[in-house]
Design a protein around this ligand. Structure first.
Ligand code: F6P
Length: 697
């Protein structure tokens, strides 16, 4: 649609005269409050009336004070709160026709014909059924004299938009559901804690995690903490798994490991669909190995606590998109669900997604497990593949033969998740038969020859701030002659310099791969780096603080705020580079490094001729980055024109489009000129008169 038509088409996009109700249903999930806040504030921003429905569908059936108009202030200070402040319930009444009739009456009495449901697939299915029955329900209400014909005409269509609020991440069509990332934080916090006590007593711990019939939480937790074994419903263990698991646990102990971690999804089953419980696993380990073993069932802790930065932003974006979706509906618009696709929020047909989600369960029930994994999506498949690659160490005798040496080094400032990436790279490299070398202290260490052969247990590589890595090239070139490094895997932005040094030093004509690891999220060619942990550490500090960028601003606020508010300065500094990596960064670092190592092996084999490696084509020096939903190898020379070298940032940064959205939710006077989903360009909302909108502040 041409921009002018686009602009004209959306200019009358307004919520004036519309009423939106928002409810949370099913198991609560961290981030639900952020979604509710976004729906309320975006709804008010576009001029609609917004109502809370307290206690989920039960509140809609019971009506009365359960359905209350929301104001701008009523959703203040809730971003950081876990759970759902408007309550949730698993509602039997709504499953009955009478219950839905009551709910319809309660909505019509308030002129509500737009419903935003935040919940799992069951809750969203219920919403769609309600929409399908709506006209019949209104006819019944007219018949019973509870509403008049005019009302039935005026409110003849119910519009539904869903957002998936569930920690299980079991909804097909979205990469992540609201709450999953926060639940992973809870799980990893527990695993990190359990590991210290397990280490002290040389114990095996069996950890049971939630997920209902989905193994996502278990699988990603196992990947992020390097669990020795994981049991998930989508991929039940092969027959004889008990013996294999015990062999694995014993081998780890023999390798001087003082503990074992086994993660069991609560829905884990065997190949005959018989439940595998955490107690069963514990008894197995005790009886067969005699190991001191304990079970920890994490339970509802996984649903508690503050939402992660990721979930707050995900939920806010979905909430805004949900309101836009409601504004665009017509009488026959089918129910949609706002989903995450890569870093885009998109709208998908609700019932198609629900049907696909139900297909997964059907595939598992019918023991079509490979199909179930495929239906869970590429990210799930990749997680499973990477876990298997790293968790099962091949005996030396079974390793492929390789003549290659691969060096791994970190360059530049540290970023949480780098160690996960190094661990993954080394283990995949060893499993491919390569000799793996750790270069300590980046290029300077390379120049000084701080190159140590890696064994299976990776050595932590210290990082060295790179002053000017090109200056080291000559020295490194000599060094390489000694160690005959055939490929280099590095994290950070000096790949281009290595690439350009190839014309002067033939020794750099080898496969070179760079992983983007920086808290600044400023590497061209990828939407994501090891940034996630920073956002999370940032949250802990800023719930009540003004984030002050410069002394001037601090003095300005201090002066202007005299007698109204206090102002303090708080420079987060290097704390942002510190601390434990988030589950996302552990998982991202692990997966991206494993993929990089497999690419290096492929490139080594392609460029090995007459006893030597020679690679100088563009595609032999790549950055591995996340583009939308896929990890893509991009020749670093092709990223030059995407890079603003002066400011050391990509020329395009996808996340900048979030600013208008976040400003609206934080009370700025601003036009919202592009929809997050990209489905609406230049949305010029017919915003309420400034006075009305601002009066709500
Ligand atoms: O769907 C979210 C979830 O936490 C599941 O992982 C878990 O099996 C279930 O809810 C627990 O339900 P309840 O909170 O009703 O016990």
């Amino acid at each position: 649609m041409a921009q002018t038509d686009n602009k004209k088409f959306f200019e009358n996009l307004t919520g004036a005269g519309k009423a939106i109700a928002v409810l949370t249903s099913g198991g609560d999930a961290q981030g639900m409050n952020a979604a509710v806040r976004a729906v309320v504030r975006m709804g008010i921003y576009v001029g609609a009336k917004v109502y809370f429905v307290h206690e989920g569908y039960q509140g809609m059936v019971d009506g009365g004070d359960n359905i209350k108009e929301a104001t701008w202030e009523s959703v203040s200070s809730m971003l950081q709160m876990g759970g759902t402040v408007i309550g949730s319930a698993r509602c039997k009444d709504f499953r009955t026709h009478e219950g839905r009739l009551k709910a319809a009456h309660n909505l019509v009495q308030r002129g509500i014909t737009n419903l935003c449901v935040i919940g799992g697939d069951g809750s969203l299915t219920g919403a769609n059924l309600f929409r399908e029955e709506w006209s019949g329900l209104l006819a019944e209400l007219v018949q019973q004299g509870l509403i008049d014909e005019e009302a039935a005409q005026k409110y003849s269509a119910l519009h539904i938009v869903g957002m998936v609020g569930s920690i299980d991440n079991d909804f097909c069509g979205t990469d992540m559901t609201i709450g999953t990332d926060s639940a992973l934080h809870r799980i990893i916090e527990v695993v990190d804690a359990i590991m210290t006590t397990a280490q002290s007593h040389q114990r095996t711990f069996v950890l049971e995690v939630m997920g209902r019939h989905c193994g996502y939480l278990a699988l990603v937790s196992a990947l992020a903490c390097g669990a020795d074994w994981v049991l998930i419903p989508e991929m039940p263990p092969e027959d004889g798994w008990e013996e294999k698991m015990c062999q694995k646990l014993s081998a780890k102990r023999a390798g001087m490991k003082r503990l074992n971690i086994i993660i069991v999804a609560e829905g884990a089953i065997d190949r005959n669909n018989k439940a595998i419980t955490s107690d069963h696993v514990k008894n197995l380990v005790v009886q067969r190995l005699g190991f001191d073993t304990r079970v920890t069932i994490l339970g509802h802790v996984q649903r508690g606590g503050t939402p992660s930065a990721f979930d707050r932003i995900l939920a806010s974006r979905m909430g805004v998109e949900a309101v836009l979706a409601l504004l665009e509906t017509t009488a026959n618009t089918a129910a949609c669900v706002v989903s995450l696709c890569g870093n885009q929020s998109v709208r998908l047909p609700l019932m198609e997604c629900v049907q696909m989600t139900q297909e997964v369960q059907k595939a598992m029930d019918e023991k079509r497990f490979e199909e179930a994994v495929r239906l869970r999506g590429r990210s799930f498949e990749n997680n499973l593949k990477t876990y298997k690659l790293l968790a099962h160490r091949k005996p030396e005798s079974e390793l492929p033969h390789s003549n290659f040496n691969v060096a791994v080094l970190n360059v530049g400032a540290p970023a949480a998740g780098m160690n996960a990436a190094v661990r993954s790279a080394v283990r995949v490299g060893i499993s491919e038969g390569h000799k793996m070398f750790a270069v300590s202290d980046g290029f300077e260490g390379f120049r000084k020859g701080q190159v140590n052969i890696y064994f299976y247990i990776p050595i932590l590589i210290t990082v060295q701030q790179v002053l000017n890595s090109v200056a080291y090239m000559g020295d490194i070139q000599e060094l390489q002659m000694d160690n005959i490094t055939h490929a280099i895997l590095l994290e950070k932005e000096c790949l281009l310099q290595l690439c350009e040094a190839r014309s002067s030093y033939e020794e750099f004509c080898i496969p070179l791969c760079m992983l983007p690891a920086t808290i600044s999220n400023n590497v061209p060619g990828t939407n994501l780096k090891h940034t996630h942990s920073t956002c999370h550490s940032f949250l802990g500090m800023t719930q009540r603080y003004l984030v002050i960028k410069t002394d001037f601003i601090y003095q300005l606020y201090s002066e202007e705020g005299k007698g109204v508010f206090d102002c303090r300065k708080n420079v987060l500094g290097h704390m942002q580079q510190g601390g434990a990596p988030s589950p996302f960064d552990r998982n991202f670092g692990t997966k991206i490094a494993a993929k990089a190592m497999q690419w290096i092996t492929k490139k080594l084999n392609e460029s090995y001729r007459k006893g030597r490696v020679f690679a100088n084509t563009e595609d032999s020096a790549c950055l591995l980055g996340m583009r939308q939903r896929a990890m893509v190898f991009q020749p670093v020379v092709q990223l030059k024109d995407k890079t603003d070298f002066v400011h050391r940032i990509p020329k395009e940064q996808w996340w900048l489009k979030l600013r208008p959205l976040m400003k609206i939710l934080a009370k700025y006077k601003i036009s919202y000129d592009v929809s997050d989903s990209g489905q609406l360009e230049h949305v010029v909302l017919n915003r309420p008169k400034e006075s009305e909108a601002m009066a709500a502040i």
